[in-house]
Design a protein around this ligand. Structure first.
Ligand code: ATP
Length: 299
């Protein structure tokens, strides 16, 4: 069992004929933002709820820093649930202070933190407004303030980026990266794979409650067939690469080609073949997008 961060082992839960979680195991290390991905109904929310003891598991364990999670540990966690948990008719700052007090802060510290996070997420001017009077995106920011207000050591965020404008996405991404740099373990679910690719160091992909794949974004986007972008200036025959064994030409744009190399094909051979055609002005390996990795994992 991992001694650092959050460790989920063998989580299993069925609802009648539906398998929500099936022997699911993964870790959320300290100082990392981990993206939690899967199609609708894959089991992400159920997993997150299990971390907070809100789902009765048939089997499996959830551990924080190598120990079972108790109420004291949970007070140091921050949670942004899918069913957003704030009170619609209560003023924003008032309820942030209330949540901070629930997590053990004194009245002065609670007020200071509430103000600080409202300022950080750009809604300080709405502090005395009822939550229900805020726009959807600003309610989302307030929800995130509530998850952050007690400076938690673990952040669990169920689709925190949904419904935000590009500025809001940048601000929240920056806050989450900064929290991770400060040592916090961050687990976030999202269907916005391009954002996850930019924000997360690693991802866990599940389907039907089972682990499909996990790894760093770098590992996952650079594994498998190599992709090359090659440009040969003033090339006479832009399809020159078609003759190479184990190489597929996936796109041709003028004198630029995108190539897919089967495993084991030596890229030096491709470079030499390109140089034989003319002056090579581009020769670069390309990563797969995370969305491609996801689609392949689901196929
Ligand atoms: P989404 O991306 O749509 O939010 P998800 O990955 O969060 O999906 P879950 O909400 O965890 O998925 O649901 C996993 C499965 O378990 C679904 O088939 C869901 O219908 C089922 N499920 C979850 N909670 C319950 C419940 N309380 N009663 C019955 N079925 C449930």
């Amino acid at each position: 069992m991992a001694e650092d961060g959050l460790y989920l082992e063998g989580l299993t839960r069925r609802y009648g004929a539906v398998t929500a979680l099936a022997d699911l195991t993964f870790a959320v290390p300290p100082a990392q933002v981990v993206g939690f991905l899967g199609p609708n109904g894959a089991g992400k929310t159920t997993t997150m709820r299990a971390i907070f003891g809100l789902v009765e598991l048939e089997a499996g364990d959830v551990a924080w820093r190598g120990r079972p999670i108790d109420a004291a540990a949970r007070r140091r966690f921050g949670y942004m649930p899918e069913e957003r948990g704030l009170y619609p008719t209560m003023q924003v700052r008032e309820q942030l202070e209330y949540f901070a007090r629930l997590h053990g802060l004194g009245p002065l510290a609670a007020r200071e933190r509430a103000v600080r996070w409202l300022e950080r997420l750009g809604i300080a001017d709405r502090a005395d407004t009822k939550l229900e009077a805020l726009s959807h995106g600003n309610q989302q920011r307030a929800q995130l303030c509530a998850a952050l207000v007690h400076d938690p050591e673990l952040l669990v965020l169920d689709e925190p980026l949904t419904g935000l404008d590009p500025g809001g996405i940048d601000e929240i991404s920056e806050v989450l990266s900064e929290r991770a740099r400060a040592g916090v373990s961050v687990l976030l679910s999202s269907h916005q794979l391009d954002l996850v690719e930019d924000l997360c160091e690693s991802v866990v992909i599940i389907d039907h409650g089972r682990l499909v794949t996990k790894g760093t974004v770098r590992e996952l986007t650079t594994s498998g067939a190599k992709r090359l972008s090659v440009r040969v200036e003033s090339v006479v025959d832009p399809t020159w690469a078609r003759a190479l064994c184990g190489v597929t030409v996936s796109e041709v744009h003028g004198d630029s080609l995108r190539l897919v190399l089967e495993e084991g094909v030596d890229s030096d051979l491709v470079l030499r073949a390109a140089m034989a055609q003319g002056r090579v002005t581009e020769f670069a390996f390309e990563r797969r997008r995370l969305s491609e990795v996801f689609r392949e994992a689901m196929a």
